[in-house]
Design a protein around this ligand. Structure first.
Ligand SMILES: Cc1cc2nc3c(=O)[nH]c(=O)nc-3n(C[C@H](O)[C@H](O)[C@H](O)COP(=O)(O)OP(=O)(O)OC[C@H]3O[C@@H](n4cnc5c(N)ncnc54)[C@H](O)[C@@H]3O)c2cc1C
Ligand SMILES: NC(=O)c1ccc[n+]([C@@H]2O[C@H](COP(=O)([O-])OP(=O)(O)OC[C@H]3O[C@@H](n4cnc5c(N)ncnc54)[C@H](OP(=O)(O)O)[C@@H]3O)[C@@H](O)[C@H]2O)c1
Length: 315
């Protein structure tokens, strides 16, 4: 099936569907990238924390060592589109930079090699791209995961797993550039240190801004899993970081729901969104951050009822 489309026909499909160019691609490692995409048209206005759509044709090649996909000829002519939070490189040299201010969008994307239900469709193709390649970028930027409720003196906690730090980077750039007076902490939990693409940037920002602190955490490094390691610390999720009191130890103050907004993004199990069953709130079996914080006086956003815990789940 793969050979039935000629190069000429593929070029025609690309011309018909694509409206943007990869202006920069930084491969952090085989399974993680920071990609800058320049749309043909000017960017619409947007806020830090929002997302848009990225797409590629099913006719594009897939990365090797990813789940095999079987598509009909008509499916192969279609675009596959996924939502991506807009990230931000935060610094341009020594200067703060907000998302989109230079006319392109930055995204922070992990390669999904295998998925439970259907084979992952977009990331195996995105990881074959090179600078200069064409692709589809949604014309609209949207989402409620923004700083709208945050006042200048509020404390803000950004808690992320993996690439969930993307929208936090865009919001952080917005807060720092508007002279936010409250305290800001960004904590990111990843498998390996090499998954911290923005580590140095955050470290520089903590030196430049007295009200900003950054806390990276890993779960699969030798010191997390090997009990004989001289610096063994075990594996700690964001939930334990909070319940053990380490979060407040790092912050140097107690969490006060009256003046704090918490942002949670990434793995849904970390977030732990409750459901309502027969008028009763039911938390997921595995304790997530929402359950912990609601036990301490915070309230998660609900439709028509904004709270001080805001969340964006990626799947
Ligand atoms: C609002 C929103 C914003 C998003 N922003 C980002 C982002 O900034 N960066 C990003 O990498 N992804 C992001 N995602 C996920 C993204 O839309 C895709 O689902 C993901 O890139 C995988 O695409 P796929 O087609 O290869 O596989 P899919 O078929 O979409 O997903 C297959 C499976 O992969 C797993 N998965 C999906 N995304 C991730 C992830 N990021 N990390 C770990 N496992 C994952 C899930 O188990 C999922 O069921 C976002 C999703 C939403 C809803
Ligand atoms: N990032 C990589 O280097 C890498 C490598 C191989 C494959 N991939 C693929 O890329 C995709 C993204 O992976 P990712 O590592 O970015 O995202 P991820 O799987 O969501 O993991 C991010 C972090 O969240 C932790 N986590 C897992 N379950 C949690 C829970 N219930 N509560 C709190 N924290 C939890 C993980 O710890 P654990 O260590 O316990 O999982 C890890 O530290 C996946 O499809 C993955 O298969 C990525």
């Amino acid at each position: 099936m793969q050979d039935t489309f000629s190069e000429e026909y593929i070029e025609k499909l690309r011309k018909r569907h694509y409206n943007a160019t990869v202006s920069r691609l930084r491969l952090i490692h085989d399974e993680l990238m920071v990609i800058n995409i320049q749309p043909d048209d000017p960017l619409p206005e947007f806020q830090g924390g929002q997302y848009t759509i990225v797409g590629l044709g099913n006719w594009e090649p897939r990365s090797p060592d990813t789940q095999v996909e079987h598509l009909s000829e008509s499916e192969r002519e279609k675009l596959v589109k996924r939502a991506y939070s807009i990230s931000c490189s935060l610094l341009n040299g020594e200067n703060l930079q907000t998302a989109g201010e230079r006319g392109y969008l930055e995204f922070y994307i992990a390669l999904v090699r295998v998925a439970d239900k259907k084979p992952p469709a977009l990331t195996p193709r995105l990881f074959q791209l090179q600078e200069g390649a064409r692709l589809y970028l949604g014309p609209k930027i949207t989402g409620h995961y923004t700083l709208e409720a945050v006042q200048d003196d509020d404390d803000v906690l950004f808690l992320a797993t993996g690439t969930g730090e993307a929208p936090h980077n865009a919001m952080l750039a917005e807060l720092l550039s508007r002279g936010h007076r409250g305290r800001i902490l960004s904590a990111v939990c990843v498998r390996y240190r090499s998954d911290l693409a923005y580590l140095e940037t955050h470290q520089k920002l903590t030196e430049q801004f007295a009200n900003y602190s950054y806390c990276p955490m890993t779960t699969r490094e030798p010191e997390n899993v090997d009990t004989s390691h001289p610096n063994f610390v075990g594996k700690e999720y964001l939930q334990e970081f909070i319940s053990s009191g380490k979060l407040e130890g790092t912050l140097g103050y107690d969490l006060d729901p009256a003046r704090t907004h918490v942002y949670l993004c990434g793995n849904p199990a970390m977030i732990g969104i409750p459901t309502v069953e027969e008028g009763r709130k039911v938390y997921p079996e595995t304790t997530g951050v929402i359950e912990l914080l609601e036990g301490r006086g915070f309230a998660a956003d609900q439709t028509g009822q904004p709270g001080n815990i805001h969340f964006e789940k990626y799947w």
